[in-house]
Write a new protein. Structure first.
Length: 156
């Protein structure tokens, strides 16, 4: 089984494009991969990040019906990943209970993230959502302090 997996170094590049068929699920060893949807004009709607120890829940779902990807994936940092062939997923799920639990935990984590987004959109104002977003982006960055650029704003 291991012989079918690929250990891959992925520099900051697009890994998956909308419309491509998913052949592997990614298990991230190091680095970070951003999953997002891209609009017709090139704008991006962030979905979630894959970080070390996580796997792509969306690729695990697409494998069951051999569907084309609805999302884009890009390594935003140099990333090392184990690429597990989609055709192994059913076997791994049936044979190894720990893998089954890992997959379920990934689904659950993504669902919980969806609930946070839903709650933010429905129950919080734009200022609270912006603060939450900025704090989250800062926490996920490698910066050790928040950039402080102050400039005098005109009085209105």
């Amino acid at each position: 089984m291991i012989k079918d997996c690929i250990l891959k170094n992925i520099p900051g590049e697009v890994i998956m494009r909308t419309g491509q068929y998913i052949k592997h699920t990614l298990l991230i060893g190091s680095g970070r991969v951003k999953l997002y949807r891209q609009g017709d004009d090139g704008e991006e709607a962030f979905i979630y990040d894959l970080e070390p120890g996580s796997a792509c829940a969306l690729s695990m779902i697409c494998n069951t019906k051999q569907e084309a990807s609805e999302i884009m994936a890009k390594a935003v940092e140099d990333t090392v990943a184990i690429m597990i062939p989609i055709q192994l997923m059913d076997e791994l799920m049936q044979k190894y209970k720990t893998w089954y639990y890992f997959v379920i935990a990934n689904y659950r984590a993504r669902f919980e993230e969806l609930l946070v987004v839903f709650d933010n959109v429905v129950f919080k104002g734009m200022d609270e959502r912006l603060e939450f977003y900025l704090k989250n982006q800062f926490a996920n960055s490698k910066a050790n302090r928040f950039p402080s650029r102050t400039r005098k704003l005109p009085m209105i």
